[in-house]
Design a protein around this ligand. Structure first.
Ligand code: GAF
Length: 389
């Protein structure tokens, strides 16, 4: 992974402000994610097909018993608390770190302390899961610096518990699992009931691009939790544990809007499995169609898109070489993801700019969270490479 020199310096300065010595620091990184197919299926015990990306949260930290003090290179304020008894403190970025400390302590009995500098290249509110990346990087730093390596599943589960029970977003497991289990140049097929994972390679020459719709999204605003409870209500009415357990023939009697919510989930689960088959067969045309259909279902049936997201997805589809485009993540704002051929991708940012959407960036499917070998010195210089497979 490549991190620019300025980032290395920014991290070192943030750590120094937190009272830590950069020369002794260990560095942990955790990526954001995109999702090829399978939106709002994870909390319905369904299937998702995300990839970790080469935008991530990096934490440079030193161990210090009894202290938790983190300074962000980009955000205001500090995260400072007693790691033995973290307390809820508003909705700042620090609450994610406290939540993870609390959650890990439930799992391991106790957590050690750290002084840390934090730097993120995952844009906040963009639907690329900056919060899961922050949680996972924090969890890695806390556990590895305390000398108890936690299993990957336990790390992802601890971060999910922090998001649900501390931050208060009743989300599914996709984001934390993608950040922990991501594989380079691949997506992961996650069964959100059994938690089984299969790696599916992306075809050579296929690129992933994201463009911000310009409307930030916050999961905590309530729309997300409302959709989740509508799905749970639909499952209750149908007498099943989750919408994963029904097919299209079972849902016809549901009242509106539950019928459309359930229809999205049933069809989206099917699209994930079709998408996996399309990837394995190299049928990129079908993959693009499934991605477009997913957006339409999220717009019309699940009602989590916005006019800005619709416009951005439609604009992407007019660009040569784009196979499909759709909103990504929870919705109500955030980003659109486009899948495009490598030979067309250079022209995409300018073309999208002309259509009114600036800041398109190409991302690369990347490996999941881990420690950076060599600490701060191990961070490579230069800009991230063009993110194509
Ligand atoms: C958010 C949530 F955090 C995920 O769990 C998932 O439900 C996603 O929205 C929608 O697919 O990112």
């Amino acid at each position: 992974m490549t991190i620019g020199i300025p980032r290395r310096q920014a991290l070192a300065e943030a750590l120094r402000s937190a009272g830590g010595d950069p020369a002794r620091a260990r560095v942990f990184r955790a990526p954001g994610r995109i999702n090829l197919l399978g939106e709002h299926t994870d909390y319905n015990h369904g299937f998702v097909l995300p990839a970790a990306i080469d935008l991530d949260v990096a934490i440079a930290a030193v161990a210090e018993s009894g202290v938790f003090l983190a300074v962000s290179a980009q955000m205001e304020g500090q995260a400072v608390f007693d790691p033995e008894s973290p307390r809820l403190s508003g909705d700042s970025w620090g609450s994610y770190l406290q939540g993870v400390a609390w959650s890990l302590s439930q799992y391991t009995g106790r957590v050690g302390g750290i002084r840390a500098g934090v730097h993120s290249t995952v844009p906040v509110g963009s639907g690329l899961s900056s919060s899961a990346a922050l949680e996972v990087a924090t969890g890695l730093a806390l556990s590895l610096l305390a000398g108890h390596a936690v299993a990957k599943e336990a790390l992802a589960a601890a971060c999910l518990r922090a998001e649900r029970q501390w931050v208060g977003v009743n989300c599914g497991p996709m984001d934390q699992w993608a950040s922990v289990f991501g594989q380079r140049d691949s997506v992961i097929l996650l069964d959100c009931r059994t938690m089984d994972i299969e790696t599916v390679h992306l075809p050579e020459g296929l690129c992933l691009a994201v463009v911000d719709s310009g409307t930030p999204r916050t999961l905590a605003e309530g729309g997300y939790n409302r959709r989740r409870s509508e799905c749970e209500q639909a499952a209750r009415l149908l007498g099943v544990p989750a919408l994963r357990d029904v097919g299209e023939a079972d849902i016809g009697e549901l009242p509106e809007p539950l019928l459309r919510r359930a229809r999205h989930v049933v069809r989206e689960n099917a699209r994930v499995m079709e998408g996996v088959n399309a990837l394995r067969a190299g049928d990129t045309g079908l993959l693009g169609e499934l991605i477009d259909a997913s957006h339409e279902s999220l717009r019309a049936d699940f009602e989590v898109s916005t006019p800005e997201l619709d416009a951005a997805a439609a604009a992407c589809r007019t660009c040569p070489g784009v196979l499909g485009a759709r909103m990504v993540g929870g919705g109500f704002g955030g980003s659109v993801m486009a899948v495009a051929w490598a030979d067309a991708v250079d022209a995409l940012p300018e073309r999208m700019e002309r259509l009114g959407f600036s800041g398109l960036r190409v991302v690369r499917a990347s490996e999941g969270a881990g420690e950076v070998v060599g600490g701060l010195e191990g961070l490579e210089g230069g800009d991230p490479p063009l993110g194509c497979r």
